[in-house]
Design a binder for this molecule. Sequence first.
Ligand code: F2R
Ligand code: MG
Ligand code: MG
Length: 313
Amino acid sequence: MPSQAELKDKFIGTFIGLALGDALGAPYEGGFIERFLWKFFSKTPTGKMRWTDDTQMSIDLAESILKKNNIDQNYLALKFASSYKWSRGYGPAASKVLKSIKKGVNWKVANRQTYKEGSLGNGGAMRSTILALIYSQNSALLTKEITKATQITHAHPLAIEGAVLVGKAVSLALNNIDALEVIKIVVQNSKTEIFKKKAEVSLEWLKDKLDISPKDVSKNLGNGIKATDSCITAIYLGLRFRSKSFNELIKFTRKCGGDVDTLCSMSGAIWGAFNGFKNIPKELFDDLEDGSRIKSLACNLYETKIQISEKIN
Ligand code: F2R
Ligand code: MG
Ligand code: MG
């Protein structure tokens, strides 16, 4: 178990790892059009690296927990909707959900307007890290709260399963669980064949310390926008680079292609949960949009976690 000081540093490392991964991966996300468009939005007016929807929705979730002390789905739905900005690069179905909620449609209706079963994109997984910070000591509550936070925009069971698996990996990293043990737990917790198979492949690769190329990582685990094509990939990357530098993780993940901002963001959060803020390069943090605000949110989440844990125990 980490000491209290170490845990606080890990909270900051997790949230900053998420936001930095997002901002550093964004210029490499998608195809030619997405990359070209991002050139116009990649910097803030003061020249900092701008982050995307992955970080915006994580900030919304963090602020919502700080306000309500738990997941209040109606409040969180309005919070997501009021922060929506086209230029943050939200997914197509997620954009429609948020615009509908803004117009007054109930989230339980809005989240099934595009797909009857709901979206199976990785939009729930990209923010589930925040709940791992709060519920890292209670696996059942972690699953329950991630489900509630995900289904507002992503009702599909695969989106929820991916979000739970990413959240679990972050929570285990916060608790200093060995990387091989983490992937074994991910295999055990995978309910559907598609996640389980990819987690088993990751386990074999990690066990044998194989030097798999970015191309083969993408080919076998996926690099797409769907939860099934990105969640296990990000978990694998976070675990593989657990004892290497943050820069090495980002350099490799950028080469995986596809949904790079989200792969860097989710694996960056796992890396940060293992290694803490103290190991994140200072010059990257200094160059990040709203770095101090995100750091302060992480500190406040740490205080809230202590209060919530005292109530639960
Ligand atoms: N929006 C982006 N990137 C733009 C690049 C998109 C690229 N052209 C591509 O399509 O690969 N990034 C941000 O969006 C991702 C998170 O997405 P989220 O919030 O899950 O979005 P959405 O729209 O709900 O789902 C994404 C796509 O998945 C497919 N899909 C979802 N549910 C489906 C279903 N039930 N049946 C079939 N397909 C489904 C659709 O193609 C959705 O558009 C992150 O990468 C974030 O950075
Ligand atoms: Mg994004
Ligand atoms: Mg993305």
